[in-house]
Design a protein around this ligand. Structure first.
Ligand SMILES: [Zn+2]
Length: 289
C-alpha cells in the first residue's frame, strides 16, 4: 500500500497536506521518490500530519520542507510553494536563523525559543511575529539525525498586546487629527464670524451713507423750495417796483435776455434774493427761476 493511502480514521492523514505530499514529485529533491523514503521519515511525517500544532519537517542538510495543515495556515501566502522547498529559499528573510537550526539539530542538538520575534513576510507585508519555537532532530533508519522537526506556536498573547499597542497608537493619531480638525474648524468659525461682523459694519456704514445722501438730498430740496418762493417774491417785487422794466431769468449762468454770461457776484446776488441783481450787459433785472 502507498504511503498515506489510508487515513485509518486520522483526519491529518487524509487532509490537504497529506494529499499535496503524496502528489508532490519528490524525485526532484534529495529525498527521492516517496517509495524510497526511510521508514523513520514516513513515521515522522505521519506524526506531524496528525498534530493540531503547526509543524514542519526540515529534511536533509538543505532542510526540504514538509508541513502539516496547521503550518499551512501559519505560512500564509507562501503555502503551498513552501512544500519541497529548501528552508533557506522558503523563508529567505530568516535564512541565517534556519541554517543554524538545521546545523544544530543534524549535530544532535535541540533548540527552543520562547517569544522569539521574527520579521516574516507572510502575506507580502513584513510583520513582527512572536513565536515559541521547538526544534528536535529526526533520525533516519540508521538512527542518525537526518532532519529536523519544528513546532511553531504563535504567541497570540504577545501578538495581541502588540496589536493593541498598534491600535492605541492609531487611536491616538486619530484623536490628534480630530482635535487638530476641531481647532481648525474653530479658527474657521472665528474668521467667518469676523467676516460676518465686517459685513454688518459695511452694511451699517452703507446705510448711514445712504441716509446721509438722502438727508442731504432732502435738505437741498428744502433749500430749493425755500429759495424759489423767495426768488419769486423778489421777482414780483421787482415787477411791482420797476413796473415796465425788462426782467430776465438766469439760465445756465447766462442772462436769458441777452445771452451774455452773468458775473458770479451778480448771480450770487440774484440767488440770495435779498438784493436786486441787474444784468451788467443789457440792464435787465435778473432773477432765478
Ligand atoms: Zn442782459
Amino acid at each position: 500500500m502507498q504511503f498515506l493511502d489510508d487515513s485509518h480514521g486520522c483526519a491529518g492523514w487524509n487532509g490537504e497536506m497529506a494529499g499535496r505530499i503524496r502528489a508532490f514529485d519528490w524525485s526532484l529533491t534529495e529525498l527521492g521518490n516517496m517509495d524510497t523514503w526511510p521508514r523513520s521519515l514516513c513515521s515522522a511525517v505521519q506524526l506531524m500530519l496528525a498534530s493540531p500544532l503547526p509543524m514542519v519537517m526540515l529534511w536533509g542538510r538543505p532542510g526540504y520542507m514538509i508541513y502539516n495543515d496547521a503550518y499551512s495556515k501559519f505560512a500564509g501566502g507562501r503555502h503551498p510553494y513552501l512544500l519541497g522547498s529548501p528552508v533557506e529559499l522558503g523563508w529567505p528573510e530568516v535564512a541565517e536563523f534556519n541554517r543554524h537550526v538545521v546545523d544544530t539539530c543534524l549535530a544532535g542538538g535541540t533548540l527552543s525559543y520562547r517569544n522569539k520575534v521574527l520579521e516574516l513576510l507572510r502575506d507580502g507585508v513584513p510583520e513582527d511575529v512572536w513565536l515559541d519555537l521547538y526544534y528536535s532532530p529526526v533520525a533516519d533508519d540508521d538512527g542518525k539525525p537526518a532532519g529536523v522537526m519544528a513546532m511553531v506556536v504563535e504567541n497570540l498573547k504577545a501578538n495581541r498586546s502588540r496589536l493593541e499597542d498598534a491600535l492605541l497608537e492609531v487611536l491616538a493619531r486619530v484623536e490628534t487629527a480630530e482635535s487638530e480638525n476641531a481647532s481648525s474648524q474653530q479658527a474657521l468659525a472665528r474668521s467667518e464670524a469676523r467676516r460676518a461682523a465686517e459685513e454688518t459694519d459695511l452694511a451699517r456704514e452703507s446705510e448711514r451713507l445712504n441716509a446721509a445722501i438722502a438727508s442731504s438730498d432732502s435738505r437741498r430740496t428744502a433749500q430749493k423750495a425755500k429759495i424759489l418762493p423767495r426768488s419769486l417774491t423778489v421777482y414780483e417785487e421787482v415787477r411791482r417796483r420797476h413796473s415796465g422794466n425788462a426782467v430776465a431769468r438766469i439760465a445756465g449762468g447766462n442772462c436769458a435776455g441777452c445771452r451774455v454770461a452773468v458775473p458770479e457776484t451778480v448771480r450770487r446776488r440774484a440767488f440770495s434774493g435779498d438784493e436786486l441783481a441787474q444784468c451788467p450787459n443789457c440792464g435787465r433785472i435778473l432773477y432765478v427761476g
